[in-house]
Design a protein around this ligand. Sequence first.
Ligand SMILES: NC(=O)c1ccc[n+]([C@@H]2O[C@H](COP(=O)([O-])OP(=O)(O)OC[C@H]3O[C@@H](n4cnc5c(N)ncnc54)[C@H](O)[C@@H]3O)[C@@H](O)[C@H]2O)c1
Length: 392
Amino acid sequence: MPERSAEPSAETADVQAPVLVTPDALTECITAVLVRRGVPDADAALLADTLVTAELWGHASHGVLRLPWYAARLQSGAMTAVTHVEPVTDHGALVVLDGHDGIGQVVTQRAVDLGIERARRHGIAGIAVRSSGHFGTAAYFTRAAAEAGCVAILVTNSSPAMAPWGGRTKSIGTNPWSIAAPAGRHGVVVMDLANTAVARGKVYLAAQRGEPIPEGWAAAADGTPTTDPSTAIDGLIQPMAGAKGYVISFMMDVLAGVLTGSAFGDSVVGPYDPERRSGAGHLLIVIDVAATGDPAEFASRMEQLVDQTHAGELAAWADSILVPGELEDRSRAAKERDGIRLAPATWATLRELAEESGVPLPPTVTGRTGTTGTTTSTTDGPSHPTDQEVSP
Ligand SMILES: NC(=O)c1ccc[n+]([C@@H]2O[C@H](COP(=O)([O-])OP(=O)(O)OC[C@H]3O[C@@H](n4cnc5c(N)ncnc54)[C@H](O)[C@@H]3O)[C@@H](O)[C@H]2O)c1
């Protein structure tokens, strides 16, 4: 574990330098900030945990960076501090829930709890969620179901980020989806991705860090490619895999928005908007592995698949082969050991919120090397940078 340092203190830390904090202290601070805004203790702790977990996984784009946006939405009432989730229809294995514009993470966690319970009863459960909100990383929720012995698929829609293939009107969300499964001695395997070349949060993160974005991520409003994050935020994020990314995203909106009775297309409002209700919808499908056969046999087959994949020959540019979710597991292990590095701008906004709320900032710590540098190595392919690679 990193050591707490006497100097520099939270108050005197260089505003230009990133800081290191421990996950627990960061969670405590965020929870307190949310409780001061009227969020019940357990819901505040859940939302804080999702943000800190995103940081641990190396997805800072969905971490503390988001807290000021959520706080502004709580302040305006666009997102209600107390989340009421209500069933609209209940067919046993298929339930439609209304999140009544509550906190997306809280609504989704309730859907997961219900989905696991119903999958245990029926073998499979579909939970359709309307009028929810931005829920952060999809894997936070599918992993929980996989840890409970289920295969889970979760889809959400999100505010417009890309144009349909061949167009230049921003009308389709990044609409991420995640699939997770228990994997015996390997824990859980989990895929979680937005259908854009990159999650839009990574463009916001680059803008906050004052860095250019790689070519291929985004275009200006007129469709011209750009490496400037601010131009990209006002313009278009490119779909992943060309037209395929666009059509997947379109169909994810059919599942998460149209089917659930929630907002869809260009009517979904993002967390960046402090005033308007989100309207985001989600579809969760949970399958109880035990209902398909012997869970021990499933685990053994999963282990075989993972082992076989790991044993493949390496490409010249790579130093290892990872299965879905392993990159995040490695990042988590490193950051739990060394601390979470927060960008100066993120630290400044956290400080502002903490001061406003009368909540102490997490103490800064000294990493193993005594510096605040990135401690996680990645084995990303040459064309798909992660948060770590856009960081200084
Ligand atoms: N709630 C929302 O509206 C919303 C919108 C967009 C994105 N997001 C979230 O943002 C996060 C980031 O999305 P993203 O599309 O940028 O993800 P990403 O590109 O960082 O990762 C995509 C997937 O590829 C895997 N992966 C990446 N590099 C790998 C490697 N070298 N070897 C093996 N696997 C590898 C990851 O484990 C992950 O499953 C996700 O958690 C997503 O849910 C949420």
